[in-house]
Design a protein around this ligand. Sequence first.
Ligand code: PLP
Length: 418
Amino acid sequence: MVMDEDVEKTNDVERTHRTEVVDPTKHLHLTWLSLLKFITRNIWSSHKGNCKLKLQSFSKYNAQAATPLREERKKPTNQDDEYADLDWDNLGFGLTPADYMYVMKCSKDGEFTKGELSPFGNIQLSPSAGVLNYGQGVYEGTKAYRKDNGKLLLFRPDQNAIRMQIGAERMLMPSPSVDQFVDAVKQIASANKRWVPPPGKGSLYIRPLLMGSGPVLGLAPAPEYTFIVYASPVGNYFKEGIAALNLFVEEEYVRAAPGGAGGVKSITNYAPVLKALSRAKSRGFSDILYLDAVKKKYLEEASSCNVFVVKGRTISTPATNGTILEGITRKSVMEIASDQGYKVVEKAVHVDEVIDADEVFCTGTAVGVAPVGTITYKDKRVEYETGDESVCQKLRSVLVGIKTGTIEDTKGWVSCIN
Ligand SMILES: Cc1ncc(COP(=O)(O)O)c(C=O)c1O
């Protein structure tokens, strides 16, 4: 998802990638013909007016495989330090790539080969890769937290693995087993430990991505799949920090329709929201609340988080029916809220009910449990209760406590990595 802040941060990403720029004739004895073929096949990059030939891979440049190309992240000199050199007090939600990524491939037989860690860097894809042309891809998001004792905690990564499997099935892709997925996430957290923020300063956002990396021309499933996991330290998702959000109820665009793929974390669900989202942001809103595609009367979710509505001791959230992503935070918050004696209801939530609510809050791995201060619907702006005594804040503090190890995990949600 693109936010103004994200764009700025992304542009600011430490430019540590080293692209080897070499004269190909020094390395290969090419005839003029083969040199010409090589030049026409490979990528020219124009930078500051200089056209330089990026030597990538001669022999591997064929339509068979999406071989990872490592534009290696410059090896940090202080790699043994406990912490990377970062301004931990000012983390936003922009990409600051951690040292290592994990790559695992799967060919037609549906079997994933053993994955491995490599320095974070660009990958090479055929221009006809399924993911680039037909959007065959699903992703996940999970976080690692650092405890006071230095150990790392992961929150329900098995749930992400299962959701990826369900999404992959919908997009006709093979997927890693739960063990393969969780093992990859653990490896990434531990290999990038120095990028996990100090306790209380944020978390290491871990992004598992599964894509059709093999080439296709006609619309068909890709012949090869790549599973990649990378990570970035993050702080608050919204530029509001932990302040209340201002949401806009979108009546023109819909996020998902019955029978579509809104219920899975397909990459195809995200670009279509950008237009409405950036329009809302330019008007000063934090995010959008989408309505159902059929009647445009029932609440669905925000661009990257689920929504809850509080009235008295009842907490309602839109029922998942294939158009709403079943958030892991949503599920966890529902359980915590029931434990605390709230009546938790999953149902079709009419937009009028939202207008009449005491509180509204959003949930997601990236956003956490975020209070909503106002909702604007049909030019009417409604304010909600927020603050320390709010239901949102109470649920948030329990969830954050469990995730970060300050509240005992009696549910088996947290796994610890040394
Ligand atoms: C569209 C959408 N809804 C909800 C969520 C929240 O899901 P989770 O709590 O599993 O992060 C996300 C984020 O993953 C999302 O992208």
